[in-house]
Design a protein around this ligand. Structure first.
Ligand code: NDP
Ligand code: 8X3
Length: 251
């Protein structure tokens, strides 16, 4: 039986992963800030498997370190870490975006992911195995107006994932970076500060990925035989692709 730690398990990909991994031989540690949601999920999934929930803000370095060092008996040996907690805030241009939004994205997507990784990885190395799946994004690879800091945080996730592979050579630790495109979760509602109409417009008239699609992919990445490491997996809905370059022309 594997122990799977999922950050950001209260919604979207994290929640869908909890449901997917509960179906296999996995114990779950579910972390997020909204404990009420985690409790509801625990009630649902505990008929299938053992579930431990933790109220955790990944931006709080000390809390992350302390809480992950004090996991209860039976949940201490994390085999699979799904570093999923993250968000985009705003879509403003680099000259007008809110600096607080930028800071929240860096604190969550970059620093939070670092803190959780650093708390869990030494145990994996000591036990001689483990798998970390990081949630990157197409925004790491392709620029778009307003993607500025969000894309920058996911570019960090991409290179951090690769560099960790280099550090961990020979230690039997797998590191994968899954990079989805448009997926309808609470992501856009959060990005637009709770404006559900604006969020709906992002997916109007097209079929986005679902959280379950992404959970299937994450599960597949972890279920491959142990000698196979998916380094990077970019996935978009079929309806999403690229635009031509924008060329500014003088009148
Ligand atoms: P959701 O908004 O549905 O879920 C985000 C999750 O992250 C929530 O469970 C939220 O929990 C958690 N979270 C946010 N901030 C913190 C924090 N400070 N501490 C702990 N948990 C936190 O979005 P998605 O499921 O879509 O996003 C999951 C990941 O996937 C993110 O990293 C996102 O950047 C990435 N992604 C999303 C794509 C999309 O189109 N949806 C595409 C590509 C990547 P709570 O608020 O309870 O703390
Ligand atoms: C989320 C996908 O295209 O909104 O990471 O940046 S996108």
């Amino acid at each position: 039986m594997s122990t799977v730690l999922i950050t950001g398990a209260s919604s979207g990909f994290g929640r869908a992963c909890a449901e997917k991994f509960a179906g296999g031989a996995n114990k779950l540690i579910l972390a997020a800030r909204r404990q009420d949601r985690l409790e509801a999920l625990r009630s649902k999934l505990s008929v299938q498997t053992e579930v431990h929930t933790m109220t955790l803000d990944v931006r709080e370095r000390e809390a992350v370190t302390d809480q992950l060092a004090a996991l209860p008996e039976g949940f201490q040996d994390v085999d699979i870490l799904i570093n999923n907690a993250g968000l985009a805030k705003g879509l403003g241009g680099a000259d007008s975006a809110d600096l607080d939004d930028w800071e929240q994205m860096v604190d969550t997507n970059v620093k939070g992911l670092m803190y959780v990784t650093r708390a869990i990885l030494p145990g994996m190395v000591a036990r001689g195995g483990g798998h970390i799946v990081n949630l990157g994004s197409v925004a790491a690879n392709w620029p778009y107006p307003g993607g500025n800091t969000y894309g920058g945080t996911k570019a960090f996730v991409q290179q951090f994932s690769r560099n960790m592979r280099a550090d961990l050579s020979g230690k039997n630790i797998r590191i994968s970076n899954v990079e989805p495109g448009m997926c309808e979760t609470e992501f856009s509602v959060v990005r637009f500060n709770g404006d559900e109409r604006q969020a709906e417009q992002v997916y109007a008239g097209m079929k986005p990925l679902s959280a379950n699609d992404v959970a299937e992919i994450i599960h597949w990445v972890t279920a491959l035989p142990p000698h196979i490491n998916i380094n990077q997996l970019e996935v978009m809905p079929t309806a999403q692709s690229w635009s031509p370059f924008t060329v500014h022309r003088e009148e």
